[in-house]
Design a protein around this ligand. Structure first.
Ligand SMILES: [Zn+2]
Length: 201
């Protein structure tokens, strides 16, 4: 699936902490927690429906505002995606319970999709009773299914930055990808190596 590059102006005016660096829409959604691997520094980036809408904009999806009462469900869907992909990133296999839970989330969103015919055009749309939560999360869940079905599944990795915990698809040739981004964890590691070299002299 083609993901539009983030709009640099919106990122500059609103430093949201969102970065679409994983190479997969599904893993970018999983990465909407900063310092996921460090319980003390863990920071939720989806604190309001507006945050979620901003994330949609960052990744080039329609900016759907869900009711505040359903934000918890969107976050629960994200955490179920993390439970699904995290073991794979560590070289393990897919967990049965995590896979079943993901299947339920996908089925619930998919059940509200409709093929529509209007003015001579056929397109994918939604049932009139479809919830904004399902409309909002469907593209992410569908992308997660594509990732599981593709060989890219074997290329899922986790950033080696201490406490980072972000997941990505490793598209690198040769050396395996270590960092979520060179400008973040990659740079920190470089600075640390340089510091150690200086202090060891
Ligand atoms: Zn990282």
């Amino acid at each position: 699936m083609q993901v539009q590059p983030p709009n640099p102006r919106s990122l500059m005016s609103e430093p949201s902490g969102f970065e679409a660096i994983s190479g997969s829409l599904a893993l970018d959604f999983v990465n909407t927690v900063a310092n996921r691997g460090n319980p003390e520094k863990r920071r939720e980036l989806l604190r309001s429906p507006a945050d979620l809408a901003r994330w949609f904009r960052t990744v080039g999806l329609p900016e759907i505002i869900i009711p505040a009462t359903r934000l918890g469900e969107a976050i629960a869907i994200r955490e179920r995606l993390f439970a699904l992909f995290h073991p794979i990133a560590g070289g393990g296999s897919i967990g049965k319970a995590a896979f079943a839970a993901f299947g339920e989330d996908l089925r619930a969103a998919e059940a509200e999709r409709r093929i529509c015919y209007e003015d001579g055009r056929v397109s994918w749309g939604w049932a009139s009773e479809a919830t904004s939560l399902h409309k909002a999360t469907y593209p992410v869940l569908a992308e997660a299914a594509s990732l599981l079905l593709s060989l890219e599944r074997t290329r899922i990795g986790e950033c080696k930055g201490p406490g980072c915990g972000w997941l990505f698809v490793d598209h690198s040739r040769g050396k395996p990808r270590k960092w979520c981004s060179m400008s973040d964890c990659g740079n920190k590691a470089k600075a640390q190596r340089a510091y150690r070299r200086r202090t060891e002299k």
